[in-house]
Design a binder for this molecule. Structure first.
Ligand SMILES: Cc1cc2nc3c(=O)[nH]c(=O)nc-3n(C[C@H](O)[C@H](O)[C@H](O)COP(=O)(O)O)c2cc1C
Length: 368
């Protein structure tokens, strides 16, 4: 039985300036349905509109610059053409009663030069083990070059431009992608950041770039329309840390000071089906230092699992990834206990409508 005081998954929540009618968020999901120039397509209008009953839709990761976007057919937010093509997505989601924020992505070293047209950048001269997705199939990751300290202002400007563009495109806010081993994570964690300047070494220094990016984005969007996603527990795409608890509680303190709209944590457990780790979840520790709304993700598929986290006081809302991908009307299905469509991984990143806009919604029964 939920404690009397604990809210239901179906209760509204205020996420900064964004009023979410329920606590069922759509997690960011890369789907590769934009053009080669990273311009959103008509198909994306339909896909996101189908999912407008989410408390908030967090968009697929969206490049802030060509340098930062290496995923084939992922969208961007650095050109006017991209902004124009996002407008029908956001206006259609709004017309359907929904809210959508843009997840802003710089992949750092997790890209291939054949996609970005230059050498990948990172905190330090490192390479990810394994292979990158490219337009010519998978290719070995290349060694990144460290961002020079005098390039940081330009990087912050790229985040600012993408934020301005997101607002111009009609997004209700933005989420900075600080998770999953991408650029900001490559600065945060000590198995990827070997810098000896003010962006490396101590935890305070490794948190600095994240803090500066969040501050810059918040100066444009307002802190109350700015969110960030972190993946604090365990290795992610080769990026890891020797003291994740100390690192991420300090990062969360910095975010608390800025007063962001919400913090989302991707926290797989030992039984995770999309990444798994034995490193304990850090959400309880982060909860102690971050006073804003906390959203958690990974492997939640039932009302009971999601409600248990809210009841325990560990989080305020849940982000659903694959379950939302395959169930466009997920809140309604969870509310009514309807069966869930399984997600087909073969069409996650494929081009075209199959496995994208053809997951069925519950049949509407005529009222009379
Ligand atoms: C197809 C696919 C694409 C994803 N793309 C993104 C992304 O663009 N940004 C991000 O932060 N996480 C991304 N993720 C991770 C998801 O947001 C989520 O953390 C993961 O699916 C685990 O949650 P789930 O168990 O609810 O699916 C992706 C996951 C999948 C399966």
């Amino acid at each position: 039985m939920p404690a009397l005081s604990s809210p239901s998954l179906f209760d509204p929540i205020q996420l900064g300036a964004i009023h979410s009618p329920n606590r069922i968020l759509m997690a960011p999901l890369t789907r590769g349905r934009a053009t080669r120039d990273a311009v959103p397509t008509e198909l994306m209008v339909e896909y996101y509109t189908q999912r407008a009953s989410a408390g908030v839709i967090i968009s697929e990761a969206t490049g802030i610059s060509r340098e930062g976007l290496g995923w084939p057919f992922a969208p961007g937010l650095w050109t006017d053409e991209q902004v124009e093509a996002w407008k029908p997505v956001t206006s259609s989601v709004h017309a359907a009663g929904g809210r959508i924020i843009a997840q802003m992505w710089h992949m750092g070293r997790q890209v291939h030069s054949s996609v970005i047209g230059g050498q990948p950048v990172s905190s330090s001269a490192t390479a990810t083990a394994g292979q990158a997705h490219t337009y010519d199939g998978k290719q070995d990751f290349e060694a990144a070059r460290p961002l020079q300290i005098d390039e940081i202002p330009r990087l912050l400007n790229d985040y600012e431009l993408a934020t301005r563009n997101a607002l111009a495109a009609g997004f209700d806010g933005v989420q900075i992608h600080g998770a999953n081993g991408y650029l900001l994570d490559q600065f945060l964690r000590d198995n990827a950041n070997f810098r000896d300047d003010i962006y490396g070494g101590s935890i305070e220094n490794r948190v600095r770039l994240m803090r500066e990016v969040v501050e810059r984005v918040a100066s444009v969007a307002g802190a109350d329309r700015t969110s960030i996603r972190l993946s604090p527990n365990g290795e992610s795409q080769g990026v890891d840390d020797s003291s994740p608890d100390k690192l991420f509680t300090m990062a969360a303190r910095a975010l608390d000071e800025i007063g962001i709209a919400f913090l989302e944590l991707r926290e797989p457990g030992p039984e995770g089906t999309f990444g798994r780790t034995d490193v304990p979840k850090l959400s309880p520790a982060i909860r102690q230092v971050f006073s804003g709304p906390l959203v958690v993700n990974s492997d939640y598929t039932t009302v009971e699992e999601a409600q248990a986290v809210i009841d325990a006081g560990t989080a305020d809302a849940i982000a659903f990834g694959r379950t939302f991908l395959a169930n466009p009307d997920l809140p309604e299905r969870l509310r009514t206990g309807a069966e869930l469509n399984p997600s087909d991984w073969k069409t996650w990143y494929s081009q075209g409508p199959e496995g994208y806009v053809d997951y069925p919604a519950l049949a509407r029964v005529a009222a009379e």
